[in-house]
Design a protein around this ligand. Structure first.
Ligand code: GAR
Length: 219
C-alpha cells in the first residue's frame, strides 16, 4: 500500500518562497541519478526557488546526473575522485571550480563522498546536504537499510548544513515518511525521494535567506 494520503506524515509547512535582489548563485554536487538536482532545477524553472544553478559537479563518469544536466542545459563538470591523491586535493579543486563560477553556496544533492574542512570552511554555513533519514538517526552509508533493519516505523529525510563529522550540522528542514508493512528498500527509497524533491528546494530557499541576511544584503 502506498496511497497518496500515506506518502508523508509530516512535512514542513512550505510558506511563501523568499525573493532576493538577485537569484542565489548555486553550485550542485551529485554522484548518481541526480533526481534531487533536477528537483532543484524544476523549483527554479517554475519560479518557486529564486536561484540559478551555475554548475553541477559529478564524481562518477557515466552517472545519470550528467545526462540530466545536458538535457536541462546546465553546465556539468566531472571530478573523478579516483584521479585525486587525497580527499583534500579533490576538495581544493572543487573550491577553486565553484569560486571561478561565482558560486555563493553549494548543495550536496546526492553526493556520496565524505567532504573535508577544505570545502566546508570555504563555504561556511553555505554547504548543505540532503540525507535520507531523520538525522541524527542513521548517519552514514545505507541510511535506508539501517532504518529498515532497526525496527523503527517512521523514516524520512533531512537537509542540513554540513559540518566536519559526517551527517551532522544544523538541520534546515526535515520530512517524515512512514514505513509501511512489507516495505523493501526500493519502495521506501521511492517514498522518501518524493519528499526529498519538495524538501531540498524549500530548505535551500530557507538557507538562502540566512546567507543573504548574514551578508547584510539580499543581493
Ligand atoms: C538521495 O536519496 C539522497 O538523500 C541520498 O542519495 C540519494 C541521491 O538520489 N544521499 C545520501 O545518501 C548522502 N548521504 P538522486 O541522485 O536521485 O538525487
Amino acid at each position: 500500500m502506498d496511497s497518496g494520503c500515506y506518502s508523508a506524515l509530516i512535512v514542513p509547512a512550505i510558506g511563501t518562497w523568499p525573493r532576493f535582489d538577485s537569484p542565489l548563485r548555486l553550485g550542485v554536487m551529485a554522484s548518481g541519478a541526480g533526481t534531487n538536482f533536477e528537483a532543484l532545477h524544476n523549483a527554479i524553472s517554475c519560479g518557486d526557488l529564486d536561484a540559478r544553478i551555475h554548475l553541477l559537479v559529478v564524481n562518477n563518469p557515466g552517472c545519470e546526473a550528467i545526462q540530466r544536466a545536458s538535457r536541462l542545459n546546465i553546465p556539468c563538470e566531472l571530478r573523478d575522485h579516483r584521479q585525486f591523491a587525497s580527499r583534500e586535493a579533490m576538495d581544493e579543486d572543487l573550491v577553486t571550480t565553484f569560486r571561478n563560477e561565482g558560486v555563493e553556496a553549494v548543495v550536496m544533492a546526492g553526493w556520496m563522498r565524505i567532504v573535508t574542512p577544505v570545502l566546508i570552511d570555504a563555504f561556511p554555513g553555505r554547504l548543505i546536504n540532503i540525507h535520507p533519514s531523520l538525522l541524527p538517526a542513521f548517519r552514514g552509508m545505507d541510511a535506508i537499510g539501517q532504518c529498515l533493519t532497526s525496527g523503527v516505523t517512521i523514516a524520512g529525510c533531512t537537509v542540513h548544513e554540513v559540518q566536519k563529522d559526517v551527517d551532522t550540522g544544523p538541520v534546515l528542514a526535515q520530512a517524515a515518511v512512514p514505513i509501511l508493512e512489507g516495505d523493501d528498500r526500493e519502495q521506501l527509497a521511492r517514498r522518501i525521494q518524493k519528499q526529498e524533491h519538495q524538501l531540498l528546494p524549500w530548505a535551500t530557499a530557507l538557507a538562502g535567506q540566512r546567507w543573504r541576511s548574514a551578508a547584510g544584503t539580499q543581493g
